[in-house]
Design a protein around this ligand. Structure first.
Ligand SMILES: Cc1ncc(COP(=O)(O)O)c(C=O)c1O
Length: 392
């Protein structure tokens, strides 16, 4: 059947601009693009342990069979939420089906009409979508810019006592790899009586000694109103959780529509999350000497040294996370360099406008514990050559 004209036109515009999205199967290339930062998605000890957990709890069902508020709250849910809360030193954890669901559920439900949301201009699409669903007024502040945040907080200071203000940031920005000054942000939120919410998607499993995230690394557990952690990235599984108080959990269970009106995750998914947390909590008792977080951190240091050796500092956004971005303006330019890297066996994704603002197009290199120093050296050396070729 033909598409309505308006939709066909939008597809045509994308195609003409060379930005049409298409689904492809992953190829067997050196992985500098997935979110599997620690390689846990392929760790057999975790998949075996997930099956063991299901057997230990005598769970044979494949699906959750309903919303968690109806028939879907199988017994692994409360157990896993307790373990997650304890690992992250939070009063409670509430599992959602994905980070996308957690963000739209949280932001649709929590900020009320008459409230204000101040969000970093680079926050993830899932938070933006949640904000669109809320009835609060939303204003962006400049990326990681404390002064601009304070100016905004100052501007709204005189509003009525009924107005609650929510300040939203990420602990590792997904398209930049950088992070905010969370300690100062928390201080400012306290001073201006605002609620701080942190999306820890790319910090979960990566930042902190055991991968607890930036909030815990900075000892801000009691300063943050809520954090969103996800399991589809470094934990190699699927799903997400909102960390916060018991009352917040009770509120979300009652009002977060993406929690209420959907089938829960199947037992196997929850068992995998549980097995990944067991692994993060006690890696040495399961498998040593290879501890992935340490290896990833040393790769990040090595990558930053190699950027200097290859004299590429001017194009890379400074980052101490697993995400490193080389800003090379122009959709065609980043697509071409990505294709050339692919021919050499490296999977490095181009990030095009409008996903990032025009002129900020970039190549995004995600580092993993299973990358090697040689791969890092080679990809940077190729990048240097291709960048040079694309200018001359
Ligand atoms: C910062 C951020 N938050 C949330 C999400 C959504 O998480 P999920 O993939 O679990 O839906 C992503 C995914 O890319 C993300 O980068």
């Amino acid at each position: 059947m033909k598409l309505p004209n308006k939709l066909q036109k939008k597809l045509n515009t994308r195609e003409a601009a060379g930005t049409l999205r298409v689904l492809k199967e992953p190829e067997d290339l050196v992985d500098f693009s997935s979110n599997d930062y620690l390689g846990l998605s392929r760790k057999q000890s975790i998949s075996r342990r997930a099956i063991e957990i299901l057997e230990e709890h005598d769970i044979l069902t494949n699906g959750a069979t309903g919303s968690r508020l109806l028939s879907g709250n199988h017994k692994l849910y409360p157990l896993t939420e307790e373990i997650i809360a304890s690992f992250h030193e939070s009063e409670t954890a509430l599992i959602f089906n994905s980070g996308y669901d957690a963000n739209i559920g949280f932001f649709q439900a929590v900020p009320q009409r008459g409230d204000i949301i101040l969000y970093d201009e680079y926050i993830h699409a899932s938070i933006r979508d949640g904000i669109v669903m809320s009835h609060a007024k939303a204003y962006k502040f400049k990326h990681n810019d404390i002064k601009d945040l304070i100016d905004n907080l100052e501007r709204i200071r005189e509003l009525s006592l009924e107005t609650n203000t929510y300040v939203i940031t990420e602990s590792v920005f997904s398209m930049d790899g950088d992070h905010p000054d969370l300690v100062t942000m928390a201080q400012m939120c306290k001073a201006y009586k605002s609620y701080l919410v942190v999306d820890e998607a790319h910090a979960t499993g990566v930042v902190g000694t055991l991968g607890q995230g930036l909030v815990q690394k900075m000892e801000l557990q009691n300063e943050v109103f809520a954090s969103i952690i996800t399991f589809g990235k470094a934990l190699g599984a699927h799903g997400a959780a909102v960390l916060g108080s018991d009352l917040l959990k009770q509120y979300l269970v009652n009002f977060a529509r993406s929690f209420i009106y959907t089938t829960g995750l199947p037992p196997h998914s929850i068992a995998t999350i549980l097995a990944s947390y067991e692994y993060l909590s006690a890696p040495s008792s399961i498998e040593k000497p290879f501890f992935e977080i340490e290896t990833l951190k040393s790769h990040i240091d090595f990558f930053n040294e190699q950027i200097v050796i290859h004299d590429l500092q001017s194009i890379f956004i400074p980052s101490t996370s697993a995400i490193h971005c080389a800003v090379l303006p122009g959709n065609e330019r980043v697509k071409t360099i990505s294709q050339k890297l692919k021919k050499e066996g490296y999977d490095v994704k181009p990030i095009l406008s409008p996903t990032v603002p025009e002129g900020q197009e970039r190549l995004r290199i995600c580092l993993h514990s299973y990358n090697t120093q040689q791969e890092i050296k080679s990809v940077l050396s190729l990048l240097k050559n291709f960048t040079h070729e694309s200018i001359t």
